[in-house]
Design a protein around this ligand. Structure first.
Ligand SMILES: [Zn+2]
Length: 349
């Protein structure tokens, strides 16, 4: 049964939702253009899927679709500003990160639908309840050349099916690397955190450690971070967050929405200046260099995410768990192979 991509229920007054937004397709001149949409793994050998950007739509309730119109409208304004190097506010960055969440989950669901859920996951993460749930970051870069293009990397990989944590988007001259994960950097931000060693929550240290994510990124650009935390009273976690330190660094406390942070030369600061996001021009203003590093970064980070936190397999049978672990190893090897192909210039970007 086709489910609404937003709420996961049988669509009421069924409409079609463009997972890659309609305005985005128009902005990048891709209406009617044929794109590559990953591989069909149900056939052997896997076959590359090709169809028009415009037909990349999935079912949605009319009311759900309407609910997200405002986010799309706001995101479209932010992206257009970024393309022309306009100043953007903290709230606009919050919108950008919400929108990247929407696209990321939308693409996860879309590729699973196209694959006929090839790995046979239990899918319960629909768009509506998964925006702004976890700590998130984006690395932004751009080139000054005028380009018309739309490229998404990472969403067709098996690693992304297992853990949809990271992907990239190239929108004309704008390069975005998006990474989302529970407890991605709260410890180093001085926020309460979940300790893997003791398997329990700890109070934060109330000081920022530089950098927030220790492993340096090979894709360079402006690094933006936003902590998102669970504050619902029923989960018993509120007491950990109820401090001036957290509140000072929070946009909406009741919803667990943190302020926006930016990585600068040797420090992490609150985002204040509206033109702070504009990245320094890359050493060489070279599209291919940026595109290669971005594509490699997605593979590296997806593997890192797989290694750091295994998918939750509690609801699966022992046999199925083993199968998924085997798929995980294959996923990581696939990504390593893509990196080798990019390095040897064999991969088409
Ligand atoms: Zn719906």
């Amino acid at each position: 049964m086709a489910k609404c991509i937003f709420c996961g229920k049988k669509p009421e007054s069924k409409t079609k939702e463009h997972v890659l937004s309609d305005w985005l397709i128009r902005l990048t001149g891709n209406k009617g253009k044929i794109g590559n949409f990953g591989f069909d793994y149900n056939v052997d050998p896997p076959k590359q899927r090709k169809f028009t950007f415009d037909s990349f739509t999935f079912p949605a309730c009319d009311s759900c679709n309407q609910d997200f119109k405002l986010l799309e409208k706001r995101a479209s304004a932010v992206i257009k500003k970024m393309i022309i190097k306009s100043n953007i506010s903290e709230l606009e960055l919050n919108t950008l990160l919400d929108w990247l969440d929407k696209i990321r989950i939308g693409l996860f669901l879309a590729f699973n639908t196209l694959d006929k859920n090839y790995i046979h996951f239990i899918i319960d993460n629909y768009i509506k309840h998964n925006i702004g749930l976890y700590d998130r970051m984006v690395i932004i870069n751009r080139i000054d050349e005028e380009l018309k293009m739309l490229s998404v990397r990472g969403c067709d990989s098996i690693a992304f099916r297992l853990k949809s944590s990271c992907f990239s988007l190239v929108i004309n001259n704008l390069f975005l690397f998006s990474y989302v994960s529970p407890f991605l950097f709260p410890r180093r931000l001085g926020f309460p955190f979940y300790s893997k060693d003791s398997s329990e929550m700890s109070y934060g240290k109330k000081r920022i450690m530089y950098p927030l994510i220790r492993k340096p990124f090979i894709f360079k650009g402006t690094e933006i971070y936003q902590p998102m935390f669970p504050t619902h009273s029923e989960n018993g976690l509120t007491k950990y967050y109820d401090s001036d330190y957290v509140k000072e660094k929070t946009l909406i406390f009741d919803k667990g929405v943190g302020k926006i942070f930016i990585k600068k030369e040797r420090e992490i600061s609150l985002y204040k200046n509206e033109n702070d996001w504009i990245p320094k021009p890359p050493d060489k203003n070279d599209y291919l260099d940026l595109a290669k590093n971005l594509a490699k970064q997605v593979c590296l980070t997806q593997n890192e995410a797989l290694k750091n936190s295994k998918p939750n397999l509690d609801s699966y049978t022992e046999e199925k768990k083993k199968e998924i672990i085997k798929i995980g190893k294959k996923a990581s090897n696939d990504n390593k192979r893509i990196i080798q192909m990019i390095d040897s210039n064999k991969s088409i970007l």
